[in-house]
Design a protein around this ligand. Structure first.
Ligand SMILES: Nc1ncnc2c1ncn2[C@@H]1O[C@H](COP(=O)(O)OP(=O)(O)OP(=O)(O)O)[C@@H](O)[C@H]1O
Length: 606
């Protein structure tokens, strides 16, 4: 309640213009509507809320009648039953409305989350460069939760609170005007006393939330990189860092507890004083014969009808602020441009065996001044292998990303079969490409799921097994506890680097793409595994158009074409022999590597 009071007061100072506040409100309303709340359930919830308010308004009046009848011959059973009916009926209606609103809230949040996940999956890779994945997860989980909380818990408070407050004031004014003004004056004064403390609590609560978010970020990082922590014996350092954060959180908690402890007596004192004022003034009016004992009793009961809605309304403003903040962040995601606009006229999918051409392609990542690729002209002929070689950061992986259409060139064109690749339907375009990323990532699921990953058809065990065999992966898969059904844990931690690579290669055999793009792993495998992976890759590359970011001399030597990149420009192109003769930098690299065992030596310059 107190946080609500403070937020209510602070809201005016947030510097939002009227039109900004309207836009924020629209965002929230748009999101709630997107969740398609059921009209029937909403109507039942509203009617039940009205019934519960009626019960709360009715019961003190019935109690007044019950007490006032004492003078005229004691308690009447009918009157007792009416009080009980008002109480029980009001409570039952309140419970029904709360349940219906909870249903609506959960339905809205489920629809919203599903829509958000769907939207996030449609966003381009560039969108994920802007914000950490943790923050994106927080949009789906926490921000949606804030909107659901508003609907499930706070809407009922708003509806019943406003009605109860307004209804109570009207009934009280009808019963006795001076006593009503005294009641309102003392309750408002009691609230006013609490506002400064509420401000303090609000600030503390925000700082606590920030701290909690910070500490969860730090801990997530530590546990994600536990190998790094252990390899560098940094446990003590990380413990110190975490303990410092935990201590800060403790200090904030204690401060909050101190304010709360001070607040409780102030709060009950303020409310007690308000009640005493009403009692004393009311008793004087009873003694003077101006009001009945029943009326005074009704007034005392109505105090709760005034205080509770006031508390609920202030709470509502706090939750509303939270939900509005959340809705702005969620709406920003919904407003982002999707990777591919759905068009009614879908062009034909590309046919295999075309020439892929980079024509004067330049590229800069969004938000970065430097151009990563500068005027790249490159031809990838069908059935050939092109190796991209160059120092670290020279733009090799970026070329692969442009082919995958993770990003669009800043200028120039990428053509396939003479047509811009952007013209082909995105799903079919990517469907024709096999991409083996450097780290050979795996997804949660079984080995079988991972080999058939992203393929829509059903695959027989024989097909999956055959792909695994061609990738040189079948032996180790069969040695795993449940074979193809073995579940791969987070980031494939139960696999070695070479095994992950062979799973990725098996995936490609099953996918059977026309164009294979491969970011060669930089980590050195032992020579036996290296040999197996190379054999599997050679088999995979046969008969396809291959584009490889090459780190190993063995790969480079076998490529028909080598493209040497320096700071985003092509400084040499040709086969191994040609480059050796024409490109001093390349020749120097090769010379350096031939002094080492050729196969294990990475090719990279930087
Ligand atoms: N998502 C991104 N956002 C912004 N800049 C990026 C992004 N990815 C790469 N870069 C920058 O673009 C440049 C080229 O990166 P790229 O990954 O293409 O190089 P690379 O030649 O593949 O390097 P390596 O061999 O080390 O993998 C680097 O300076 C890098 O910092």
């Amino acid at each position: 309640m107190l946080r609500g009071l403070a937020t209510f007061a602070a809201f005016r100072d947030q510097g939002q213009t009227v039109s900004e506040q309207k836009t924020t409100r629209n965002h929230l309303w748009r999101l709630i509507r997107r969740g398609r709340p059921s009209v029937a359930a909403s109507s039942v919830a509203l009617l039940a809320a009205l019934a519960s308010v009626a019960g709360s308004l009715w019961f003190p009046i019935q109690t007044k009648h019950l007490i006032d009848r004492f003078d005229g011959g004691g308690i009447e059973l009918q009157q007792v039953l009416l009080v009980a009916a008002a109480l029980v009926g009001g409570a039952a209606a309140g419970a029904l409305s709360a349940y219906m609103l909870a249903r609506i809230g959960y339905q809205v949040v489920a629809e919203l989350r599903a829509a958000l996940v769907d939207k996030l999956l449609r966003l381009p890779v560039a969108s994920f460069d802007k914000e950490s994945s943790g923050e994106r997860v927080s949009r789906v989980i926490r921000d949606c939760e804030a909107i659901s909380e508003l609907i499930t818990k706070q809407t009922v408070n708003l509806v019943t609170g406003v009605l109860l407050l307004a209804g109570s004031i009207v009934v009280l004014l009808l019963l006795d005007v001076p006593l009503t003004l005294t009641l309102l004056g003392s309750v408002v004064a009691a609230f006013a006393v609490m506002i400064p403390i509420a401000f303090l609590l609000d600030g503390l609560s925000r700082r606590t939330q920030d701290r909690v978010a910070r500490i969860s970020g730090i801990l997530t990082h530590i546990f994600q990189e536990i190998r790094l922590v252990k390899a560098f014996t940094a446990e003590a350092q990380e413990r110190r860092r975490s303990v410092a954060e935990i201590e800060d959180l403790k200090r904030l908690g204690l401060k909050t507890a101190r304010v709360n402890v001070a607040l409780e007596p102030v709060m009950s004192l303020a409310m007690t004083i308000a009640i005493i004022i009403i009692l004393v003034y009311g008793a004087a009016r009873v003694a003077a014969g101006e009001i009945s004992v029943g009326t005074l009793t009704a007034f005392i009961l109505y105090i709760f009808n005034v205080v509770n809605p006031l508390a609920q309304l202030t709470n509502f403003t706090a939750e509303l602020q939270k939900a509005k903040g959340a809705s702005v962040r969620i709406a920003a995601i919904f407003d982002e441009a999707e990777e591919e606009k759905k068009t009614s006229a879908q062009p034909a999918p590309h046919s295999p065996g075309g020439v892929l051409e980079f024509r004067d392609v330049s590229f800069a990542y969004a938000g970065r001044d430097t151009t990563v690729l500068n005027g790249i002209d490159l031809l990838f002929e069908p059935g050939t292998t092109t190796a991209l070689v160059g120092a670290s950061g020279s733009g090799k992986t970026t070329i692969l990303s442009l082919i995958e259409r993770f990003y669009e060139p800043s200028s120039g064109q990428i053509l396939y079969d003479g047509r811009p690749i952007a013209d082909y339907p995105l799903q079919q375009w990517r469907g024709g490409i096999g991409y083996v990323a450097q780290s050979a990532p795996v997804m949660p699921g079984s080995v079988r799921d991972n080999i058939a990953y992203g393929l829509s058809g059903e695959f027989t065990d024989d097909q999956v097994r055959s792909a695994a065999e061609r990738a040189g992966a079948l032996d180790f898969i069969e040695r795993m506890p449940q074979g193809l059904d073995t579940v791969l844990i987070e980031q494939g931690n139960n696999l070695s680097g070479g095994q992950r690579q062979r799973i990725a290669i098996a995936r490609m055999f099953l996918r059977d793409p026309d164009l294979l793009i491969l970011d060669e792993a930089t980590s050195n495998l032992d020579s036996e595994t290296e040999h197996q992976v190379r054999l599997a890759l050679e088999a995979l590359m046969r008969g396809r158009t291959n584009i490889i970011v090459a780190h190993r001399l063995s790969t480079v030597i076998h490529a028909q074409r080598i493209c040497f990149l320096e700071a985003g420009r092509i400084s040499g192109i040709g086969n191994h022999g040609e480059l050796l003769a024409s490109h001093p930098y390349y020749a120097r690299l090769v010379q350096r590597q031939f002094q080492q065992p050729v196969e294990a030596e990475p090719m990279e310059a930087g």
